[in-house]
Write a protein that binds this ligand. Sequence first.
Ligand SMILES: Cc1ncc(COP(=O)(O)O)c(C=O)c1O
Length: 371
Amino acid sequence: MGIHPDFPFDLAEVLAGTEPDRPVYLFSPAALIRTFRQFETAFSGEVTFAVKANPERHVLRTLCQAGMRAFDVASVDEMRAVRAVCPEARLHYHNPVRSAAEIAAAKRFGITSWSIDRISELDKLGEIMGQEIAVRIKLPVKGAAYDFGSKFGAEPELAQALLRAVEGRGARASITFHPGTQCDDPEPWRRYIAAAAEIAEAAGIKLERLNVGGGFAANRGVAPDLQAVFAAIETAVAASFGRGAPKLVCEPGRAMVSESFTLVLGVKALCEEGVFLSDGLYGALMEWRDLPAPERITALDPDGMPRSGPRAPRVVFGPTCDSLDRLPEPLPLPQDLAAGDRLVIRGMGAYSLCLATGFNGYGRAQVVVTG
Ligand SMILES: Cc1ncc(COP(=O)(O)O)c(C=O)c1O
């Protein structure tokens, strides 16, 4: 196998020792650190990472070693994963609905930053004197891949009542929101920030912090303009809050980790019905049901050279015996694709490894750390 110009490594070398029918992820710590630094430089607040996007220990350790000191966690297992590699990290427990057992475990992990979107979940937390409670708000905004307001978030009137309740219990009140994942439009941030200021003012509460999500877009064929989003955030905060602006926090998942992983899948067979890959909807490609990114695929022959035939739409099957294991839309693949080839898919760090089910004994991936 040669060195393909798009990939800064010798595929044969990095794939040596991996099993041919297992999905292989090539992880670049350097790429992850580069993205973290871009966020740190351009975002005027604390940069954290939404662990849900990729809780792999190499990812968490790399961010910790690069200086990240706070993480957004949604579950007790995520708390454990962060603390295992970054014992000093502060954890923001930003899943607004939790069981009593999860709350007790979170307290044992020393959590002092929570989010809520309903009074019953505030009640459940018990003693919260001095702790940070971020009220999650929701607005009817568009711009993301799908609507994040359909499950969590308080509408403005309820949010005001929650802020007052938080302060009434001696806790520090913040606001948090999530514009929806893969949001490439700055407008939702502008609207959310303006609404956060209005809600806080109407409630008569000075916010400790404002958490602007999650939601930053990754490259899915079109490079997102993150600078435009950061600039919109800064302008909107200045315009809406003025001098008394709260400290900012962001918690990107997708945009932080996407570019640092390249996925390598094997082509198992081709037939009239379509192409069979070594992993599919039950594994690394689960998110492609809703968010496919076919333009990120390069097909390589067994010598590592790109297949250059004209592309034609092909139905793509995963390796399991379930007939639902097939991508909803055909993918444009080179017509000279053959069994034994590899599909190399860039930008696969988010919502890939962590969504694999292991169904039928497939999907258990190998992670190879590259430069
Ligand atoms: C509370 C919270 N923060 C951050 C994220 C990360 O979002 P994204 O990966 O779109 O940046 C999510 C995703 O579900 C979330 O629920």
